[in-house]
Design a protein around this ligand. Structure first.
Ligand code: ZN
Length: 477
């Protein structure tokens, strides 16, 4: 029975896309609703999302941000005030045209993002420099009418957080933009065990209406990139368009400086594709809904169930998210089930273990099962979870480093990508036409201009002009 469950997943190396789809359904993360692009996040996925939310939310609050809730619907006239934003999002907007049976005088857009509503509000509440900064965030879902959809990665509705801040000075807003990117990178690496590259998007790839867009890019197991979070510096563009002004310290009227930043449920897709293997999901302990599962073996024997229950209680009391599986499924079935679900630590206990005062630990990251004393089991479990968290990060980091290539010419880049997808480090002159040409000729797009630039001089592989900027190029989800 256990084997059968494992067989049900396509191998990661045979068909990565099918493997991904198998995981999202078999690990009970997603159900497809009858409306295309709108997925149901099942309890297990939602529990993962809640844990991710908590990690980010704690950081937002620690750095002085307040959570708010903005309206779901935006009048068309309000959206029209900033033309870049309208042009950027127009093809993906869903419209509400009727209220009950009555046709509305003005159609309403379902928020694809909430810059406009925040600006509308800021214009009401900001009058003086004393009202600044405004550091707001909201957790919500947004709708973008995407043509192709994929669970977690691209949906017509997805859950996210959007931070929106307003500042007195340009420097403060820049510091906020980059500070939030640092928080994204830190939580991604420390909690999601997902190594990231911090950088800036090229002009052609930045957010509609932004002066600069910064991002964290991560690499999935198949070598493709996932944009895991973005932070935008708006300058004064939106504030001007929405007539936000404040009286400054000099008693004159000024326009404030603005940022926005977001991460979404796409991070769950990132966790799946970074850490998952042929037996299913592998969840970093920091965000796993169940960190340790206790499986009684030969539970009909006297004392086994009681001992397993005691074990769960001891782990829970120590702050570990633990659960016992006391169902009548076989231990083998349970082993496969919790591997599929990616539970980091499995603890087995049977009659002989009980007699010896021990239990068995098995890590989802592999290695042999080993014996652990019941006395002080909480400490051992915490050590094991910390080790698993680190192992997942190290493995992902190794994978990323393996598939970062350097290339001086398009031919070199194409040859490397043909062997295995990855990030190609290649020089760029800064001309959008050359960026476009790379994509046209060898099919890879710019992922980001990494903050960590090498000092080497080079030439642009397209136009041959001197080029000092290193860009990461690759395929992306
Ligand atoms: Zn060029």
């Amino acid at each position: 029975m256990a084997d059968k469950k494992v067989e049900a997943i396509t191998s990661r190396d045979v068909d990565f896309a099918q493997w991904y789809t198998d995981i999202v359904t078999k690990a009970e993360l997603i159900d497809y609703s009858s409306l295309k692009g709108f997925t149901i996040m099942r309890p297990y996925a939602w529990a993962i999302w809640e844990n991710i939310q908590k990690k980010f939310d704690d950081e937002f609050k620690r750095t002085g941000h307040d959570n708010v809730s903005m309206p779901l619907l935006i009048p068309e006239s309000m959206l029209q005030k900033e033309k870049d934003l309208v042009e950027g999002f127009a093809p993906e907007v869903a419209w509400v045209t009727h209220g009950g049976s009555e046709k509305l005088e003005e159609r309403l857009c379902i928020r694809p993002t909430s810059e406009t509503v925040f600006c509308d509000h800021f214009a009401h509440v900001v009058q003086s420099y004393r009202d600044l900064p405004k550091k707001y965030n909201q957790w919500c879902s947004v709708v973008r009418w995407e043509k192709t959809t994929r669970p977690f990665l691209r949906g017509r509705e997805f859950h996210w957080q959007e931070g929106h801040t307003l500042h007195e000075t340009e420097q403060e807003a820049i510091d906020e933009t980059l500070g939030m990117l640092d928080i994204y990178a830190d939580v991604a690496e420390r909690c999601l065990a997902m190594p990231v590259i911090k950088g800036q998007k090229t002009e052609s790839d930045k957010f509609a209406g932004a002066e600069a867009t910064y991002c964290i890019e991560s690499m999935m197991h198949d070598g493709k990139a996932l944009q895991a979070g973005t932070s935008h510096f708006f300058g004064q563009k939106f504030a001007s368009a929405y007539d936000i002004q404040f009286t400054g310290r000099d008693n004159k009227l000024h326009t404030p400086w603005q940022t926005s930043w977001g991460v979404s449920t796409r991070l769950i897709g990132g966790i799946i594709m970074t850490h998952g293997d042929d037996n299913g999901l592998r969840l970093p302990p920091e965000i796993a809904p169940v960190q340790a599962v206790v499986v009684p073996v030969a539970s009909h024997k006297p004392g086994v169930t009681e001992a397993a229950e005691k074990l769960v209680a001891a782990l829970t009391a120590a702050g570990i998210r633990a659960k016992g599986d006391f169902s009548d499924n076989s231990p083998g079935w349970k082993f496969a089930e919790y591997e599929m679900k990616g539970v980091p630590l499995r603890i087995e206990i049977g009659p002989r273990d009980l007699e010896a005062g021990v239990c068995m630990f098995a890590h989802r990251t592999g290695g042999d099962k080993y014996q652990v004393k019941l006395d002080g089991v909480e400490t051992s479990a915490k050590e094991a979870l910390a080790k698993i968290q680190q192992e997942l990060y190290d493995q992902a980091k190794e994978n990323m480093e393996k598939y970062i290539y350097e290339a001086d010419t398009l031919e070199e880049a194409a040859a490397q990508m043909a062997k295995h997808a990855g990030f190609v480090k290649m020089k760029w002159c800064g001309d959008p036409a050359c960026e476009e040409a790379v994509k046209d000729r060898i099919g890879i797009g710019s992922r980001c201009i990494p903050f960590a630039q090498d000092k080497k001089a080079g030439v642009c592989p397209i136009c041959g002009k001197p080029a000092n900027t290193t860009v990461y190029w690759g395929l992306a989800y």
